[in-house]
Design a protein around this ligand. Structure first.
Ligand code: CP
Ligand code: NVA
Length: 316
């Protein structure tokens, strides 16, 4: 007797989180509320295993501390398990087509997280995946970080709608994601980059120019801002430009003078890892307005809410 293929209940179409604009404002509001509930369960030692027997595969083509830890610990805390793959030890590093990897890995797991270089790589993987794919950082976007950062803002200050976020520094993956978030969640971003490093709206995947304004002077961008945020001057994959960037970004440090010009109760955020004395002074990142440790902690809970949503849909 020949074995019959087993037909399974499949969520169609499979939902992915490849960039911030993949979700609507209502979905983010739901996720922020689930993050709050899931965090509270964790803090009060309540076991919550909705993803028992589910497997997350994490593929890393770049280094990570927070992303690996938060996804791996998060999946375990939800009752599932996580498997770590990196380019060096897998066939991806030896040229196996990403489409083939998407087919195979998604037949052996329930959900996949990828950190890689070009956004097109994760899109090609997702197009061949049977299961949800999450962007754990690409050259273009870092949606899980901004999800956790905005949850942190909401947790500490309430709704971000109508607020002003100052982005100081490189128009990198974090900047692009903040700009997408501003369009979805209806807030404003004041961006200041050195000349030659300006926002590229198409690369950022923006619908328009209504939610951000560009400033040549970083102090003007920070004026009255509710949140001041920055990131490394040289992102992973751009190391060859490091020397030049150190010179070009020298005037784009978030320091105490800049925080003084922002709103009185402004928060400072940085996705980490940070370079004290480059994009941020030690006084700011280690000072009273900094919420960088909360941001890192909230990666754990925001991503648990994200995985729960992608695998189970709305649970309440
Ligand atoms: N912020 C962030 O994604 O950190 P890692 O590079 O350590 O994962
Ligand atoms: N922009 C940085 C973020 C690191 C979490 C990078 O891509 O290296």
């Amino acid at each position: 007797m020949s074995a019959q293929p087993i037909s399974i209940k499949q969520l169609t179409p499979v939902k992915h989180f490849l960039q911030f604009k993949d979700f609507t404002r209502e979905e983010f509001e739901y996720l922020f509320e689930r993050t709050r509930i899931i965090k509270q369960k964790f803090k009060t030692y309540q076991q919550y295993w909705p993803l028992q027997d589910r497997t997350l595969v994490m593929i890393f083509e770049k280094a990570s501390t927070r992303t690996r830890l938060s996804f791996e610990a998060g999946m375990q805390q939800l009752g599932g398990s996580a498997i770590y793959l990196n380019t060096r030890d897998s066939q991806l590093g030896r040229g196996e087509p990403v489409e083939d990897a998407g087919q195979v890995i998604s037949r052996m797991s329930d959900i996949v997280m990828i950190r890689t270089f070009e956004q097109s790589i994760i899109e090609r993987f997702a197009a061949h995946s049977r299961v949800p794919v999450i962007n754990g950082l690409t050259n273009e976007y870092h949606p899980c970080q901004v999800l956790a950062d905005i949850f942190t803002y909401v947790e500490l200050r309430g709704s971000i709608q109508g607020k002003t976020v100052a982005w100081i520094g490189d128009s990198n993956n974090m900047c692009n994601t903040w700009l997408q978030a501003a369009e979805i969640l209806d807030f404003n971003v004041h961006v200041s980059t050195p000349s030659g490093y300006e926002v590229e709206p198409e690369r950022a995947g923006l619908y328009g120019h209504e939610h951000y304004e560009e400033f040549a002077d970083p102090m003007e961008a920070a004026r009255d801002a509710d949140l001041v945020t920055t990131d490394v001057w040289t992102s992973m994959g751009f190391e060859a430009e490091n020397e030049e960037r150190l010179k070009d970004f020298a005037d784009w440090q978030v320091d105490e003078d800049m925080m003084r010009i922002a709103a009185k109760d402004a928060l400072f955020m940085h996705c980490l890892p940070a370079h004290r004395g480059e994009e941020v002074s030690a006084g700011v990142i280690d000072g009273p307005q900094s919420v960088v440790w909360d941001e890192a902690e909230n990666r754990l809970h925001a991503q648990k809410a994200l995985m729960e949503y992608l695998l189970l849909g709305r649970v309440e």
